[in-house]
Ligand binder design. Structure first.
Ligand SMILES: Cc1cc2nc3c(=O)[nH]c(=O)nc-3n(C[C@H](O)[C@H](O)[C@H](O)COP(=O)(O)OP(=O)(O)OC[C@H]3O[C@@H](n4cnc5c(N)ncnc54)[C@H](O)[C@@H]3O)c2cc1C
Length: 447
């Protein structure tokens, strides 16, 4: 059934595939489907370039850039990222990992990017490849037609006009706005994890020298962890990922609260000693969720529109783009060979669930003392360090045979946890308290 507003008028435009959202997921899928000859319309509520958080990419992004034909453009705006450094107040040394030491030696680096520039490269590429890209146009309403005939979508332009499209297939790539997830009440808070974040840009932060300049640094501290992401233009992105209940204790304006958090992490404060805050401080509330389905008849979800866990392994953009490659294949099969649609959507479903599942095991444990010890003193016993680095590089969808070694790593984790039973029980109790849900305050819903 169509809603009243849409029953009165026929759709003004038609297309094969309509995408909601022109972030990494939507722009990638639009490019791939336009290249295959489909009539593609991409509606993006903002106008690029626009700010977005999520600036640290993974080596596994690079083969995707190659396939999209944008590798040189990304290289031109990116800070080469050869590795990651972990700094723990509970250990006397810091630990650096280099992607060149991962199982597959052919993906030794990634990039740190300003998302305004990166996302613009992706969306302009979609336009060049033939997608009809419309910015400043927010999707407001969707009605699915009977008998699998697609959907009618209504959107508002930022000049006040409304327009409708009829599409054969609808892709929701609306990110953490989770357009269809909300519509279907399919979005659920992750009961196993919960975090919030505050972040800003600084100039004059002290960076490492040479090849290490572009390393991401993760600083653990008592309320969670910080990222330190050096961008190519000399600006450094700094963010705190903290337990939502701690954010709720905030009595000061966001900026003052953020600077107080930094002061609680002396190793980070030292690197920011001569730095100047050059942006507003932004905040996001409880942000771990999953939708209970990845697709339905004539629609599917990509990237953050399906799930978001936690940014500690910088996996979001890679998962979003990878989901777009899988989604484009599935949509192509659904439209060309409808009899094969159930199998194609099943395979898509598996890809969508694989990434969040593999990263989640580590994310749920990354602030646990046993995991911290393993990260801070890695050994390559049974190639476990190489396998771990492959996960950190995002190399989890290809044929790299890391799975046996990862099982060994997990077994070591459980044995060390058992050997330190008292500490493990205490940490588990503390984690339960840390991830407890708190009502979102005004921080929620920001980017
Ligand atoms: C604090 C924090 C730190 C992060 N750090 C990293 C990191 O270092 N590395 C990393 O890889 N990832 C990181 N991420 C995750 C990363 O930002 C996301 O996973 C990634 O942007 C997902 O891409 P997407 O295309 O699915 O969604 P988005 O990039 O969010 O794109 C969705 C697009 O849809 C548009 N849109 C929404 N609703 C509508 C509508 N109704 N109509 C039209 N358009 C609409 C939005 O304007 C947006 O442009 C971080 C996330 C957070 C919260």
């Amino acid at each position: 059934m169509l809603s009243d507003s849409m029953q009165t008028s026929q759709a003004e435009q038609r297309c094969d595939v309509l995408l909601i959202g022109g972030g990494p997921a939507g722009s990638t899928a639009a490019t791939l489907l336009a290249e295959r000859g489909y009539g593609v319309t991409l509606l993006e509520k903002a106008r690029h370039p626009r700010f977005h958080i999520g600036e640290s990419l993974l080596p596994a992004n690079l083969p995707l850039f190659e396939k999209l034909g944008i590798r040189a453009e990304v290289e031109a705006i990116g800070m080469p990222k050869w590795g990651a450094e972990f700094v723990s107040p509970w250990h006397e040394h810091s630990q650096t990992f280099e992607f060149a030491d991962a199982w597959d030696k052919s993906m030794p680096h990634a990039y740190q990017v300003r998302r305004s520039e990166f996302d613009e490269i992706l969306i302009r590429n979609a336009g060049r490849k033939g997608a009809n890209v419309i910015e400043g146009c927010r999707v407001r309403d969707v009605e699915f037609l009977p008998n699998g005939e697609g959907a009618i979508v209504r959107a508002d332009h930022d000049d006040g006009r409304s327009e409708t499209w009829q599409c054969r297939f609808l892709i929701d790539a609306s990110g953490r706005d989770t357009f269809l997830g909300n519509r279907f009440k399919a979005k659920h808070r992750n009961p196993k994890h919960n975090s919030s974040s505050l972040y800003a840009h600084f100039s004059g932060a002290r960076r490492h020298e040479g090849k290490k300049e572009g390393h991401i640094t993760i600083f653990w501290f008592e309320h969670g962890w910080f990222w330190f992401i050096p961008l190519a233009d000399g600006i450094t992105s700094v963010g705190a990922v903290i337990w939502p209940y701690h954010l709720k204790t905030r009595k000061k304006p966001v900026k003052g609260f953020f600077l107080d958090l930094i002061a609680l992490c002396p190793a980070l404060a030292e690197r920011l000693r001569s730095a100047e805050l050059v942006s507003d401080v932004e905040a996001t509330g409880n942000f771990s969720y999953t939708c209970d389905r990845t697709h339905g008849t004539n629609w599917l979800l990509l990237g953050d529109a399906y799930a978001f866990i936690d940014p500690v392994f910088s996996s979001g953009v890679m998962l979003a783009m990878n989901s777009a490659f899988a989604g484009a294949d599935a949509v192509d099969t659904c439209l060309r060979q409808p009899e094969r649609a159930p199998q194609a959507l099943k395979e898509f479903d598996q890809v969508m669930k694989h990434g969040p599942k593999e990263f989640s095991w580590f994310i749920y444990r990354v602030t646990n003392p046993t995991m911290r010890d393993l990260f801070m003193a890695p050994r390559n016993f049974f190639r476990v360090k190489e396998a771990l680095l492959s996960v950190l590089a995002g190399d989890i969808f290809g044929k790299t045979p890391i799975w046996g070694s990862l099982r060994v790593f997990k077994a070591i984790y459980y044995v060390v946890s058992l050997a330190n039973l008292k500490r493990t029980i205490m940490a588990s109790k503390q984690r339960k308290l840390n991830i407890r849900y708190v009502e979102d305050s005004q921080e929620s819903g920001y980017r």
